[in-house]
Design a protein around this ligand. Sequence first.
Ligand code: TGC
Ligand code: FAD
Length: 391
Amino acid sequence: MSYPYLAPDYFQLDDLLTDEHKIVRSAIRDWVTRSIIPIIDQAAQNNEFPVRIIKELGELGAFGPFIPQEYGGAGLDHISYGLIMTELERGDSAIRSTASVQTSLVMYPIFTFGTEDQKRKYLPLLASGEMTGCFGLTEPNHGSDPGSMETRIEDKGDYFLLNGAKMWITNSPIADIAVVWAKDEKGMVRGLIAEKGMAGFSAPKTHNKWSLRASETGELVFDNVKIPKENIFPNIRGLKGPLMCLNSARYGIAWGAIGAAMDCYNTALQYSLERKQFSKPIASFQLQQKKLAEMLTEITKAQLLAWRLGTLKNANKASPAQISMAKRNNVKMALDIARESRQILGAMGITGDFPMMRHMMNLESVITYEGTHDIHLLITGNDITGIAAFE
Ligand code: TGC
Ligand code: FAD
């Protein structure tokens, strides 16, 4: 069951939003209430990605909201992008993942590093949801350390020959294109666009996940795939290419995780006011109030962090380390709230009638992907000491 959604705004952050922000947020919130909340538990239980949402997200403008309109985007600011992510993740992290990957990991690199022809060819179709993309950085032997990747391209004159494998790739089984990162003969990381249907390119699905069950995850396998030269990004070399994409996606996750936390808090608050034990609503007991008060405090701090990060991003001043801190803090905050709020519901909290277990399981992926909790801590450590402790 789901309660009416009373999104917490304890420090009146709405006063800082423009009318445009509120219109964008309200459109996504209504769609999530109408199209996601009624189906998402069953989709997750069945381990099925609701494919229809891709077209619907395209129609809503949730793909590439900050990409200029001439390429099919909505030309909005980064606070709008953040608010969209919050609303989508209130529905499920899988829904936000789809929009994150399409926007930050596929459209962003094509827009930032691509040729004019690549932009015109792919961006409008990706924005409308007529085309789906995925992002291949992680490999079976290299997750936190993508700089050691083994996937290779070889210049063959008319084309590049691509060999290697990527793993844990969101949307790979259903994607039409993949933005892939591989090293050239000089060991330099390059980015390219691989298209489904190219000989030697396959994308098997990953099974048996307990997390993000309403999301498609798979591999990317390249066996002597001929990549036309026009599919290479000419304007970027080195690991900073994929890491710049991750900055954008991690920024979105810092906002998105707040949506999952708010859904859990909202459910726990309303349940605790209704549920009686010892002839009183459980909300009247101090121990339950402590949980609720601390949850709201943490949500409020995360909202303030995200909002300030958004203003820095709009001014092109958000540093990668600031983004790491916000992603790390807000995802952990959401995971803790999913666990605490689940306890407020007692046994009912473990059922699919309420969203906590689903959010909790999803957030175990969110705290791992886009850089693990530990890696983001080390990024902060590096930033404040000037010493990289990765190796
Ligand atoms: P390092 O030597 O530090 O840096 C290499 C070059 O990159 C530059 N750089 C960055 N540039 C832009 N943004 C950033 N955040 C950057 N971080 C570093 C750096 O300045 C350097 O540039 P240059 O010009 O000197 O070459 O690199 P390292 O090999 O020591 O690794 C550093 C580390 C560990 C922080 C990094 O590799 C890392 O972030 N690892 C985590 C990997 C990760 O996040 N993978 C995510 C895969 S995609 C995903 O999970 C999608 S989930 C999607 C969904 O469903 O929502
Ligand atoms: P590892 O790197 O093996 O890390 C294992 C543990 O060791 C972690 O706890 C880590 O914090 C710790 N560790 C590693 N290095 C250090 C260190 N130097 N110091 C201290 N501790 C360390 N990737 C993509 O490219 N595209 C996608 O679309 C994508 N989607 C994903 C979807 C899902 C559902 C999941 C679960 C993952 C996805 N990923 C994707 C992969 C994700 O980015 C990686 O799982 C993540 O970067 C961690 O890599 P790993 O799993 O190989 O863990």
